[in-house]
Ligand binder design. Structure first.
Ligand code: PLP
Length: 386
């Protein structure tokens, strides 16, 4: 078994070898610019991009023309929020989002606030779920967008997407959904879920880093966005810049594999995650953070009472790769704002760890991880009692 065991699949995933294989020819033989219309190199690249576009569309039940390739989910989020804000500014300036959204959403909203946007941050309950009545009561005539993520990156909690969409539709407001953690893992269907704009990212689903997509609904109703990257008019004028053909091909392949394997993988990971979680909960005072039912099948965020998450991570860093979920952009590690939004105090927020299982996580790794984590928890707890 290779060490450390990787249990941080929410931050990124390895490229599936089948994805890499699909990408390779597009670095060398098929290196054309997909926008070159005058020769076979360009045609081959363009054909590959259109095939990938179809594969992405299939994953989320969209039309290929509704897919805009970007550099990742962060860019897709920026394009969606800033693009809608600019396009609908004459209608209104109010955006509703949630306290537990990814920083890509929260910081883009902060940016828009400086430009005159009014932002409402919905709260979540102690399980991480929003309240639909609170959502509806915050809608104003000036509300142009509701931005709620599909599944949370730290606790894996899945929001009531179809209920949110129903409120958005009732009030004629666009619904943007950040699906970076959900797409490719659980069924995401932009028609059934009634989503206007949706962001996702290849490297969260066994594709390469640096490529993502934004779904922009074409009809019923059409979602309009203003481009945030100007230039050659690529991607139907919504995102200029020469396309990253190898990465896009890889993204397409990653979508194809996810569609093929989703049912079996979901079942396998759900069982594996539950085994992992149940084994750790045999220790005293270990608790699940967030709603345990409405949750991604491969994620668990656990509170180890009285045990510092950072000391745990340091203690088993040679054996296990996990994360405290807190984004440490500075040397100062702050408690997770997501866990704090669930009403947790510093003690619980600082003593919680996120584990993300993935396609390449097996029984042996999970068994080993349980043993190492249990040893470290016990060791740190004994030290505390000395
Ligand atoms: C990873 C992630 C992002 C950012 O995606 P990148 O492709 O890394 O820019 C945005 N939102 C969520 C929920 C994520 O998990």
């Amino acid at each position: 078994m290779q060490l450390p065991v990787y249990l941080d699949n929410n931050s990124t995933t390895p490229v599936d070898p089948r994805v890499l294989e699909a990408m390779l020819p597009y670095f060398t033989q098929q290196f054309g610019n997909a926008a070159s219309r005058t020769h076979a190199f360009g045609w081959a690249a363009s054909e590959a991009v259109e095939q990938a576009r179809q594969q992405l569309a299939s994953l989320i039940n969209a039309h290929p023309k509704e897919i805009v390739f970007t550099s990742g989910a962060t860019e897709s989020v920026n394009l969606a929020l800033k693009g809608v804000y600019e396009a609908y500014n004459s209608k209104g300036n109010h955006i509703i989002t949630v306290a537990t959204e990814h920083k890509a959403v929260l910081d883009t909203c902060k940016h828009l606030e400086k430009l005159g946007a009014v932002i409402t941050h919905l709260s979540v309950n102690n399980e991480g779920l929003i309240n639909i009545d609170e959502l509806e009561s915050n809608i104003k005539p000036s509300t142009i967008l509701i931005a709620v993520m599909y599944a949370n990156n730290e606790i894996g909690v899945i929001q009531p997407i179809q209920k949110i969409a129903a409120i958005a539709r009732k009030h004629n407001i666009l619904f943007f959904c950040d699906a970076a953690q959900a797409a490719g893992k659980i069924p995401v269907d932009v028609i059934k879920d009634d989503i206007s704009l949706l962001s996702f990212s290849a490297h969260k689903m066994y594709g390469p880093k640096g490529v993502g997509a934004l779904y922009v609904r074409r009809k019923d109703p059409r979602a309009k966005i203003i481009a945030q990257m100007d230039g050659g008019g690529h991607e139907n004028n919504m995102r200029s810049g020469t396309l990253n053909v190898p990465a896009i091909v890889g993204f397409g392949k990653a979508c194809e594999l996810s569609i093929m394997e989703m049912n079996n993988e979901t079942e396998r990971l759900y069982a594996l995650r539950n085994r992992f979680e149940n084994a750790l909960m045999q220790l005293d005072n270990v608790f699940i953070n967030g709603n345990a039912q409405q949750r991604l099948p491969h994620v668990t965020n656990l509170y180890f009472e009285g045990v510092s998450a950072n000391r745990l991570l340091t203690g088993f860093s040679k054996s296990i790769a996990a994360s405290s979920g807190s984004a440490c952009t500075s040397a100062l590690v702050e408690p997770s704002y997501v866990l704090k939004a669930l009403g947790m105090g510093d003690e619980r927020a600082n003593n919680s760890l996120r584990f993300g299982l993935g396609r390449f996580t097996d029984d042996e790794q999970v068994e080993y991880a349980v043993k190492i984590i249990a040893e470290n928890v016990c060791k740190l707890r004994k030290e505390l009692h000395c």
